[in-house]
Design a protein around this ligand. Structure first.
Ligand SMILES: C[S@@+](CC[C@H](N)C(=O)[O-])C[C@H]1O[C@@H](n2cnc3c(N)ncnc32)[C@H](O)[C@@H]1O
Length: 412
């Protein structure tokens, strides 16, 4: 404690008491005024006119940002710094002019969610700081809605010289309003690069999966969620907005957790991914089950994969091997595995299968569950939401899927 307290004296920003107690969160992150850092000659260059897919950019003038946005500044090739102190809690971007222009035109809702007293930060043994619940949080409650404080295109994050990158990130963080900057610097990680690595979420800015679209978004409040392979919180990212939502009732004293990985994987795969990407051995409940239960869980994961493949193949081959109970079996496996963040597509599949077999009661029942789960997991614009609503509330006989299996069999 005293070591960190003495280090804290050198910080150009004021560390919170939490920070001084935490090994990972000293003010080791580079400070702008340190004389030992090499000086970078920033130059404002015209952004490149070609993107990495050979598509022509619009002339940079058509990407001009209106105040209060500032930039482009500090450019390296086509990547520049842009910032807006007034966007929600402040936002800085390291990206191309085109992407900054896109970002500036996305909606930026104010930070929202449950009241700030609903949970608190606390040191969790072996995990660093985590978020602990103060009152019962109900399934479906939105915990936080935030836009990123820092958004970085992945290409410069990976390709820039490390010293240049660290200075660029420091300049970007300096553009944020004081309280946001402080929360940013309190995140886990010894350098700014390290903070981005440990805390960022991958975001595809224009909806495509091209490299020019791939960005790393850092949301300093969201960064406090620790990982669990069977989390109680699901997150989704729509445009710029990161939403965390409860997927079951959460009791006072429980930790709020998200999953850093796609959890439909056997224990060994989950563990090695978490170790290689985040540097920790997962000791969540699911990863510390007795061996026989752990084996049973891995088996269920395999059965889920197999059943999903069978359903997909059966549908592609026009329903040949499809059986109505396949949907119910799939849901049973998901629930027994507590995979509560992926029920939307699963209920949708089950509802469609029962509708294809002309079972109105089951089709409606699963469609109703699908609507609630899709709204939670994907949000109000989920692709299948309207279709599931029609199946749940309208006349299922008018739904495209109704009795499809029999109609197709007749055609054959
Ligand atoms: C996004 S941060 C989460 C908040 C972090 N605990 C803090 O103090 O700021 C991610 C880091 O937290 C730690 N962490 C998260 N979940 C963990 C878990 N289940 N077990 C051990 N460490 C965990 C790891 O060091 C990981 O790299």
């Amino acid at each position: 404690l005293s070591r960190h307290a003495s280090e804290a004296k050198d910080c150009s920003w004021r560390p919170s008491p939490l920070l001084i107690q935490n090994d990972h969160l000293t003010c080791a992150a580079p400070q702008p005024s340190k004389p030992t850092q090499p000086t970078v000659n920033w130059s404002v260059k015209t952004p490149e006119l070609w993107d990495d897919h050979g598509e022509r950019y619009q002339p940079p003038s058509s990407y001009k940002l209106a105040p209060p946005w500032t930039g482009p500044e500090h450019c390296f090739t086509e990547f520049c710094l842009f910032s807006n102190r007034d966007a929600s809690q402040g936002m800085a971007l390291v990206t191309t002019s085109r992407n900054a222009y896109l970002t500036a035109h996305y909606p930026v809702p104010p930070a929202s969610g449950v009241e700030s007293t609903a949970f608190y930060e606390e040191e969790v043994p072996g995990k660093g700081i985590g978020l602990i619940v103060n009152r019962t949080i109900r399934k479906g409650e939105i915990i936080m809605q935030r836009v990123p404080a820092l958004l970085i295109q992945e290409t410069p994050h990976l390709d820039l010289d490390s010293e240049v990158r660290e200075q660029l990130y420091q300049t970007a963080v300096d553009r944020l309003p004081g309280p946001t900057r402080e929360r940013f610097l309190r995140q886990m990680g010894n350098t700014l690069f390290d903070k981005v690595e440990k805390n960022a979420f991958r975001m595809f800015l224009d909806g495509s999966d091209h490299t020019h679209s791939l960005h790393l978004g850092v949301f300093p409040d969201v960064s406090r969620f620790n990982h669990d392979c069977r989390p109680n919180i699901h997150y989704r990212i729509t445009n710029l907005t990161h939403t965390t939502i409860a997927i079951r009732d959460i009791l006072p004293g429980e930790e709020l957790t998200i999953s850093y990985i796609y959890p439909q994987a056997p224990k060994s795969e989950r563990q090695s991914l978490l170790l290689s990407s985040w540097g920790f051995v997962c000791t969540c409940k699911q990863c510390t089950l007795p061996p026989s239960e752990s084996l049973a869980s891995d088996n269920r994961i395999r059965q889920i994969k197999q059943l999903e493949d069978e359903i997909e193949t059966a549908i592609m081959s026009r329903g040949g091997q499809l059986k109505p109970e396949m949907g119910a079996r799939l849901i049973d496996l998901y629930l027994r595995e507590s995979l509560l963040a992926y029920l939307g597509p699963t209920y949708t599949r089950a509802a469609l299968i029962y509708s294809m077999f002309g079972n109105e009661y089951k089709a409606r029942e699963y469609a109703r569950e699908a609507v609630a789960a899709l709204e939670r997991e994907v949000g109000p614009h989920a692709r299948d939401l309207e279709s599931m609503r029609r199946l749940a509330e309208g006349d299922p006989r008018g739904h495209w899927s109704w009795g499809v299996r029999f109609k197709r069999l007749l055609i054959f």
